[in-house]
Design a protein around this ligand. Structure first.
Ligand code: SF4
Length: 385
């Protein structure tokens, strides 16, 4: 008999599976809590489940985590795991501790087909989508491993330990474009939000997309968590080069989808990610156009937003350079002067290559990424002083 991986289910899915075996919903709730709240994988130890159900589970189900290939610990407390997802593919997850929270950055695909110029994952090509169980297994493993290692609430000083949860925030910003794996993403998000699962609020779960417009609209209807959009350019001409998906869903469509998402979003702004590339998108002229874009003065919808400027993490194949610190601060100041909340992302886990855009894993590429990325170099504009 083939077995199912119980990590592949949200609570409704698990309930349906249990009901098909003559079990009531409350049994599914108990089982779900054992799996996600207590990290238990051994059915024999789920002592409040009826013996008959435990026998069924042992025969028909598994709790299939992902084998850990490596775990690297940064001097700043950041932890990066490389998980084996089979057939020569491996994905990465990163835990970033801060005083008042613990954030896990989760992967959704082995590789990525979008091919953004400044992203190591994009340069590796695409192998396959992860299943719901493979997405959730990253959180399942990290939460329970860290709880064991760091203690309840990750040992955060002053944390009101109503819950022993170490991971308080999840960002779908690891390898892959989550909205190109929507079918697997949605149950995973639901398990993260479920009070019987990880109990995270919608504000604390963020999906980051490069702009898959129809799926932003679906997410708005199905499970409107916080939304981050990889913007990286203030106009279509430049964004077409940096984020190739822009050719399919240009800024006018993207900004309209963002504006409409805010009707249902748990926060009253969209986070725009903007990777600072020396001489490419970091000049005063770009800041000016960016301000016009988000204000709706560029023929697109206005979008209340927060700008997150990301120092680029260079890798040789990109042919791109990191903007200087002075340039990043000058760019940020321009946006702030225009009344736009702007942050500069702190780089974390530098010593273990865990910073944004550095996640590389192992990918057996099934696309022709190298051909696509071997295009003429992006033009570098004259620098502002
Ligand atoms: S930035 Fe995101 S969407 Fe773009 S290539 Fe990297 S993983 Fe894919």
């Amino acid at each position: 008999m083939t077995t199912v991986n119980l990590l592949d289910f949200d609570l409704d899915g698990l309930t349906a599976w249990c009901e098909a075996r003559g079990e009531k919903r409350f049994r599914a709730v108990q089982l779900f809590r054992w799996l996600h709240q207590r990290g238990e994988a051994d059915f024999a130890r789920m002592t409040d489940l009826a013996k008959s159900l435990r026998t069924t589970l042992a025969a028909e189900a598994t709790v299939q985590g992902l084998p850990v290939l490596t775990a690297q610990n940064s001097s700043d407390g950041t932890v990066k795991w490389l998980f084996d997802v089979g057939a020569g593919n491996a994905v990465e997850s990163v835990f970033i501790p801060e005083d008042d929270r613990g954030t896990l950055c989760v992967s959704s695909q082995a590789g990525c087909a979008v091919g953004c110029r400044f992203c190591s994952t994009g340069h590796q090509g695409f192998s396959r989508n992860l299943s719901t169980g493979e997405i959730l297994a990253q959180l399942w493993y990290a939460e329970h491993q860290l709880r064991e290692r760091l203690g309840p609430a990750g040992g955060r000083a002053g944390a009101a330990v109503a819950t022993p949860r170490v991971i308080t925030n999840v960002v779908m910003m690891g390898m892959g474009e989550p909205l190109q794996n929507y079918g697997a993403l949605l149950p995973a998000l639901r398990a993260m939000l479920d009070d019987h699962g990880y109990g995270l609020s919608r504000r604390r779960v963020t999906v980051s997309t490069s702009g898959v417009v129809p799926m932003i609209e679906r997410l708005r209807e199905d499970c409107p968590v916080a939304l981050a959009v990889s913007l990286h350019a203030p106009d279509d001409a430049l964004r077409d080069q940096l984020v190739p998906l822009n050719r399919k869903y240009p800024l006018a469509e993207l900004m309209a989808a963002c504006a409409s998402y805010l009707d249902r979003a748990p926060r009253d702004f969209i986070t725009f990610e903007y990777c600072m590339l020396d001489g490419v998108n970091d000049q005063d002229e770009h800041a000016k156009r960016l301000i016009a874009l988000v204000r709706g003065q560029a023929g697109t919808a206005a979008v209340p937003c927060k700008l997150n400027l990301i120092p680029f993490n260079p890798f040789p194949a990109s042919g791109l350079k990191r903007s200087s610190r002075e340039r990043v601060l000058a760019f940020a100041a321009r946006l702030q002067d225009a009344g736009i909340v702007t942050t500069v992302r702190k780089t974390r886990g530098d010593d273990i290559d865990a910073a944004c855009g550095q996640l590389a894993g192992e990918v057996q590429d099934r696309t022709r990424v190298h051909e696509r990325l071997t295009r003429p170099a992006i033009s570098i504009v004259a620098r502002d002083a």
